[in-house]
Design a protein around this ligand. Structure first.
Ligand SMILES: Cc1cc2nc3c(=O)[nH]c(=O)nc-3n(C[C@H](O)[C@H](O)[C@H](O)COP(=O)(O)OP(=O)(O)OC[C@H]3O[C@@H](n4cnc5c(N)ncnc54)[C@H](O)[C@@H]3O)c2cc1C
Length: 551
């Protein structure tokens, strides 16, 4: 641990000062147990490799189990991969990698069938065909769902059961991964982690592996208001930055337009989502006087892409000085609401709101990170032996904005590709080189509320040079408030701080509005910005970014 406080603006190169007290070993270490991590584990096993899955709390604590709307894939004979590709590219506003999107939409249907073979059961029509619905930005019915609006829970259940059946997969729960271990030449050789366990694997240890797959999910917890669960603290992106990997597109955070508004005094943490599928079925947005405000703003009205809807809601809230608007679903009727949206209905009723008889109060909340650890088409990051898939990764399929229900699909497809890559090219275990003792410190968890508040105010739904500069100043100050107590809460806040710093730097630099990055002072798309900001941390702990124009 550093003896003196770090200079403002510098970031730690690693979290851990202590030597690992115990070691486990497998061919592949998968970090995270959502759709991406569990599929990567199953595919690594199919390649004949031994696997350890490490997960921060319980196996099903990530975003996956909360997914409601469904998974997008071309399964209707009337639909085509070209049409899915076109919708995805439009949502990504010029920044999608077309090759990656092509992989997503062409390999997606087979990966969905594979998920069904793993045991996931999706809603079906009376004739046994998969029920397909439509969501914002899609011009065809291509969203499969399970249990009405409980898609993620069913996917998580099925994948959990599948890995449990396989004795070649070891699961470590309550295991917070800290940093990457590297061998000579910089190849990934495993991870360090902290386990709250019993027996031999307790406290700080290491998992040695021939390859490491990051599948740590999103970073919504950098904001005060998010639909993401508490584990979504951007740990994978922060770890990758510390390991010298390239991270990209982090300024593109999608805000879900309609999180259930529970009142100003709600506890910090996850806000329940009122799925887009409800608007897909015909619910509409109204202001406090009951007026529909999306009509006339976009040809798809309430089904416009998420950024357009979230921005419109934020503008109405700002203009009317209120902290929510309403989603009116009363005309759908009690029967349809109960059949199609049982979870949302139950959650609203738990909060004292009955969608059958009253409009639902809603407000935007941080929902999805389009950017992340940069990968190629096989999930490989810029660090040899380090892979990434799912929300932590930036494969290039989302560009400046994700099309609804493409994220579960991305986890499925690229986890499968990682499995294929592991099968063909996996060098032997590298000996980890002890990392340098300096450049390790942790930010105090006492800074968390100030950090998330500053991010929401200055780098949230709508941003500007002044608000971003204020947030950057707060982050620089908070980064010097360190703790001598190496504990999960402090490690997590250090990760939040690193990711927030990268996001604010990119958001300041990108002087245009594109996709879900909305600059009030640069309200238009600028063709000169058709490219990616690549973030990294220098060996001195300074944040750096490079601009890479697209061809
Ligand atoms: C409310 C909600 C609804 C959504 N609805 C949809 C939808 O309908 N369709 C769709 O396509 N997408 C949807 N999404 C997005 C989608 O759910 C996520 O993008 C997707 O589930 C991410 O999967 P993942 O496997 O990458 O990450 P997650 O499922 O979030 O899993 C991440 C895992 O990493 C673990 N982890 C994190 N940090 C560490 C660490 N340091 N050490 C060890 N383990 C760690 C976590 O504990 C967790 O197990 C929704 C998201 C939310 C929040």
């Amino acid at each position: 641990m550093s003896a003196s406080p770090p200079a403002a603006g510098t970031l730690p190169r690693r979290l851990l000062a202590a030597e690992p007290g115990w070691t486990l070993q497998a061919d592949v270490c998968v970090v995270g147990s959502g759709i991406a991590g569990l599929c990567a584990a199953l595919h690594a096993r199919a390649a004949g490799l031994s696997v350890i899955v490490v997960t921060k709390v319980n196996i099903d604590d990530g975003s996956t189990r909360w997914a409601q709307g469904g998974i997008a894939a071309v399964l209707d004979p009337a639909d085509t991969p070209e049409a899915h590709l076109a919708d995805t590219m439009v949502a990504g506003v010029g920044l999608c990698d077309e090759d990656a999107v092509r992989v997503l939409v062409t390999e997606g249907p087979a990966r969905v069938r594979e998920l069904i073979a793993f045991g996931a059961e999706f809603d079906r029509n009376p004739d046994g065909t998969l029920m397909l619905t439509r969501e914002g930005g899609h011009h065809a019915n291509r969203i499969i769902h399970a249990g009405g609006d409980a898609t993620g829970a069913e996917v998580q259940r099925a994948l959990h059961a599948a890995i449990t059946r396989d004795p070649g997969i070891q699961l470590l729960e309550h295991a917070l991964v800290l940093d990457l271990l590297c061998g000579e030449g910089g190849r990934a050789a495993g991870i360090t982690l902290h386990v709250l366990g019993e027996g031999s694997e307790d406290g700080v240890g290491a998992v040695l592996a021939r390859a490491v797959v990051l599948a740590t999910g999103g970073m919504g917890q950098i904001y005060a208001s998010t639909t993401n669960p508490s584990v979504s603290t951007g740990d994978g992106v922060a770890l990758a930055l510390r390991a010298g990997a390239v991270v990209t597109d982090v300024e593109f955070v999608q805000f879900h337009p309609t999180a259930l508004y529970l009142g100003a005094d709600r506890e910090l943490g996850q806000q329940p989502l009122v799925s887009e599928a409800m608007r897909g079925e015909g619910a509409y947005l109204v202001d406090a006087s009951g007026e529909r405000f999306m009509v006339g703003q976009h040809e798809l009205a309430e089904l416009a892409p998420r950024d357009i809807v979230a921005k419109a809601i934020t503008r109405v809230m700002n203009a009317q000085h209120v902290d929510h608007v309403y989603l009116d679903a009363r005309h759908l009727g009690a029967e349809k609401l109960a059949e199609r949206f049982p979870s949302i209905l139950a959650r609203c009723r738990q909060a004292g709101i009955d969608p059958v008889t009253e409009p639902i109060p809603v407000a935007p909340a941080a929902h999805y990170a389009s950017g992340g650890v940069r990968t190629d088409l096989w999930g490989r990051t810029s660090v040899p032996g380090l892979y990434a898939c799912g929300e932590v990764a930036c494969t290039g399929v989302h560009g400046a904005n994700r099309l609804a229900s493409n994220s579960l699909l991305e986890g499925l497809v690229f986890a499968g590709r990682i499995g294929q890559d592991l099968a063909r090219d996996l060098p032997p275990q590298a000996d980890p080189v002890p990392p340098p003792a300096e450049a390790s410190w942790v930010v105090s968890s006492s800074t968390r509320e100030e950090l998330t508040g500053a991010m929401t105010r200055g780098a949230g739904v709508i941003r500007g040079a002044i608000s971003l500069a204020e947030t950057a100043e707060v982050l620089a100050k908070l980064g010097t408030i360190t703790s001598g107590d190496p504990r999960p809460v402090n490690w997590e806040v250090t990760n939040l701080h690193t990711v927030a710093t990268a996001l604010v730097a990119a958001a300041r630099r990108r002087t245009e509005t594109r996709g879900c990055h909305w600059r009030e002072d640069f309200p238009h798309l600028d063709a000169n910005w058709r490219g990616h900001l690549l973030a990294a941390i220098s060996p001195r702990g300074e944040f750096t970014d490079d601009y890479e124009a697209m061809a």
